[in-house]
Ligand binder design. Structure first.
Ligand code: ADP
Length: 199
């Protein structure tokens, strides 16, 4: 499957929700992440839908940033690290290991305010386990949370990421990137630089 299509396809409906709340939803793929992978895109979708859905739900302003990078790779396959970072309400340290249990929510007031069943993270942990990883969380009350996991994939025959269009050498070309949101500018700048352009 094509990673970019799977992830952006998963994020699309969530982007509608985040737009309604006025939150930016960003996706950043490491430049060395292969374009095509062999594995289970359905499970990957489910895990991301749950984590990004929560991130959007528990964030009132700022952004939700989804990223994927290479953790390790060898001849047999590749291990990717996915992270979903939000600037939301955060989770108290003493509640952090409880949230992965079934029907556990940080508190009843919150569940009334935000809805949900308390099952999402329990299910996500099970799915990520099947992908060969573990869900981890790092959070600070009032600043936000990062949920991350690693997952194993095999590489199809041609594992190289298709390189930038070769007909036209873009190196050294100066580009002006315009957006009203700083993290977007940074993503576009990295992307331009990876193609050899100067942003
Ligand atoms: P649900 O979202 O249906 O309540 P989950 O199992 O997905 O259930 O999450 C359990 C609890 O963990 C949530 O109720 C919430 O208190 C907390 N939580 C999960 N994700 C986040 C997040 N991104 N920011 C803040 N709290 C979160």
């Amino acid at each position: 499957f094509t990673l970019w299509e799977t992830v952006t396809g998963t994020l699309k409906p969530l982007a509608l929700l985040s737009r309604k709340k006025g939150i930016e939803l960003l996706y950043e793929e490491g430049v060395d992440v292969p374009e095509r992978l062999r594995g289970d895109p359905v499970r990957l979708r489910q895990a991301l839908t749950n984590l990004v859905g929560n991130a959007v739900k528990f964030t009132e302003s700022g952004c939700v940033r989804v990223s994927v990078d290479v953790a390790t790779s060898d001849d047999d396959g590749i291990r990717l690290r996915f992270a979903v970072q939000d600037t939301g309400i955060g989770i108290r340290e003493d509640k952090l290991d409880r949230i992965f249990g079934a029907f556990d929510q940080v508190d009843g007031t919150m569940s009334r305010r935000f809805g949900g069943t308390g099952l999402g993270l329990a299910i996500t942990s099970g799915i990520v386990d099947l992908l060969g990883g573990t869900v981890e969380v790092d959070s600070e009350v009032g600043r936000g949370s990062t949920f991350s996991f690693e997952a194993d994939f095999a590489l199809p025959g041609e594992h190289k990421r298709p390189s930038a269009p070769r007909e036209r050498d873009l190196s050294g070309i100066r580009v002006l990137v315009v957006d009203d949101y700083e993290p977007n500018l940074r993503i576009m700048e990295d992307f331009a630089e990876c193609l050899g352009m100067v942003a």
